[in-house]
Ligand binder design. Structure first.
Ligand SMILES: [Fe+2]
Length: 208
């Protein structure tokens, strides 16, 4: 009788109907790490690293989105080159976001993901919804890079102290190097040099 009831229940569960609108309790809370991972890194180390990596993740996601905003909204004579450059940097930041988030998960933590959570966490100043001129777009992006570069250096030193070589390598080799390079490309656009005519008269002109 018991067997008949069990098989009837199983038959009821197994069918082709999709189970929609399901919700359940979380399987892991944000801000925690799994205990038993064969990584040779103690739980407090992984907890501290995942916390700092989540800050870096939120700021990198904000910078990524600031690049897309700039890509769409840029205006003026340098539209074409900046439109392309901003999207190139956006795509490189997308790669970094994925690498940072997966590092958090690998360490047994929970990575931030949704825009509302990112907005609550990031240290990068929120821009207006409207369009801004090119020098302001560039300045905002450079300021964001500066925040990330500063926090990456602190995080790298701490990871080194705690023996988390993988995190140290990721944030130095990938995050820091990419941000330094992107900031250089942006800042050269803010050097005020003439486009067509040199400001000082040339030596040959003044002699003649
Ligand atoms: Fe596009």
């Amino acid at each position: 009788m018991a067997n008949k009831q069990t098989s009837a229940k199983t038959a009821e569960r197994i069918n082709a109907q999709p189970r929609l609108h399901q919700r359940a309790r979380e399987i892991q809370a944000y801000g925690t790490v799994n205990h038993a991972l064969p990584l040779e890194l103690e739980e407090p180390v992984r907890l501290e690293m995942t916390e700092q990596l989540n800050q870096l993740l939120a700021d990198t996601m904000s910078l990524r989105d600031l690049y897309k905003k700039s890509h769409w909204q840029v205006a003026g004579p340098t539209f074409y080159q900046l439109h392309l450059l901003f999207d190139k940097h956006f795509n490189e930041q997308v790669e970094l976001v994925d690498a940072i988030a997966e590092r958090i998960q690998l360490l047994g933590g929970v990575s931030l993901a949704m825009a509302a959570d990112v907005a609550e966490t990031t240290q990068i100043e929120r821009p207006p919804r409207g369009r801004e001129e090119v020098p302001v777009q560039l300045s905002r992006l450079i300021d964001a890079h500066q925040i990330i570069i500063r926090e990456v250096r602190t995080l790298a030193r701490r990871a080194n102290q705690l023996g988390d070589d993988g995190t140290n390598d990721l944030v130095v080799s990938d995050v820091l190097r990419t941000n330094e390079l992107q900031m250089w490309f942006l800042s050269e656009h803010l050097v005020n040099v003439p486009l067509v005519e040199a400001k000082e008269p040339s030596l040959s002109t003044s002699v003649a």
